[in-house]
Design a protein around this ligand. Sequence first.
Ligand SMILES: Cc1cc2nc3c(=O)[nH]c(=O)nc-3n(C[C@H](O)[C@H](O)[C@H](O)COP(=O)(O)OP(=O)(O)OC[C@H]3O[C@@H](n4cnc5c(N)ncnc54)[C@H](O)[C@@H]3O)c2cc1C
Length: 413
Amino acid sequence: MSDTRDRSITIVGAGPVGLTVAALMARSRANPALQIRILEPRPIPTWKPADTDLRVYALSRASQRILEHAGVWDEIAAAMVSPYRAMRVWEGDDPFGSGSLYFDCAEIGEPDLGHIVEDRLIRDRLFSSLTDCSNVELSVGVEVAAVRSGSRDVEIETQTGETFSSTVLVAADGGASTVRELMSLPVTKAGYGQEAIVAHVESSEPHRETAWQRFLADGPLAFLPLADGRSSVVWSLSSSEAQRLASASEADFIAELSAASGGALGDLRASSARAGFPLQVLHARHYCAPRVALVGDAAHTIHPLAGQGMNLGLLDAAVLADTLSEAICRHEDPGDLRVLRRYERQRKGANLKTLLAMDALHRLFRLPGPLFAPLRAAGLSAVDASGFAKRRLMREALGISGELPRAARRHVA
Ligand SMILES: Cc1cc2nc3c(=O)[nH]c(=O)nc-3n(C[C@H](O)[C@H](O)[C@H](O)COP(=O)(O)OP(=O)(O)OC[C@H]3O[C@@H](n4cnc5c(N)ncnc54)[C@H](O)[C@@H]3O)c2cc1C
């Protein structure tokens, strides 16, 4: 049992995962006196319907429920989300031919397979919800320069030399996490030698609230349905090809994109700039150290081919918030390594399983086409013909199977 006064949690990084930890902790009745401080080097983006945010996520049902528990899903859904009710996956020339795989939410009695949501909208709504909380303080323009973990608290020093202490430090500062580096927490990582080009396009054929994904020799190409009828393109390519296409003229880019799409959405027209994200797989060997926990991309980054990175990060946020709140309720020290390991035990194995599955899928589709394409087509057809396998895959992708943290279970108002 420990002294429960003056508990504080410092979250480094106001990305979607860090802000979700803050919102879940702020709404927890575990300890109304808990002080929450968020440190972020960059301004928090605001969302306006007319602006284009190229960073969009395919959020699972589990993520939707977590954002419901965080108190922001209804506002996000009312502002702008696009449900996707089906998903079509293929490798050859014909998106509808044999060797393609089609998932339909109706087969599992769900209204959709998830929602496409803009990063900026999630952050804007989470941030607005936190501005009303008297126990939450957000410091923007602040970078962490040093972290010293002690027996009673963790001391954080900023780049301006300011220091303060906290009971727990949550590192939600993304794939290049400074906190992870400062704490010398080792990672296993590998570059894919790939970049993802993202852009929005208009199409002559409607997207039919379907997520389309074609596996090409150089990497997967996805079209995610947007609420205004456009589609968000996520095209993973070798870095050299990605850089060539990033600087190609609009007409050349669209011509190559149209050819790569196999005509799935008819004629395409550019409707945004393009941005590129280098891709890597990374997994921290430890998710915690005394008084410090890693969440989201700070703990793991994953190939975007199945759009799971944010979904895993939000599950981390939910499990960590549960773990810390429970510890506070039991009058335990939430920064104690034994407490933080409960979080690590729940998340590390699950994340690793998804990381490895995505990595294996990525490698499978990189195997030379002439030899392996027929085998892959047969595999896709076999899965397509198996109602059981498809239903299972859909439930897993939705995050509604297996053991779930409280916040990812069905929300009861
Ligand atoms: C092309 C692409 C497509 C993707 N599509 C999907 C998808 O469809 N579905 C899905 O689930 N996932 C997707 N992902 C993965 C998703 O983008 C990440 O998993 C997610 O952004 C992780 O969120 P985060 O809050 O952990 O980190 P980030 O979003 O990286 O946020 C980290 C925050 O920390 C801040 N920060 C950085 N350094 C410091 C520092 N030193 N001190 C303090 N703060 C710092 C940053 O400014 C930022 O605000 C995709 C990724 C890519 C590259």
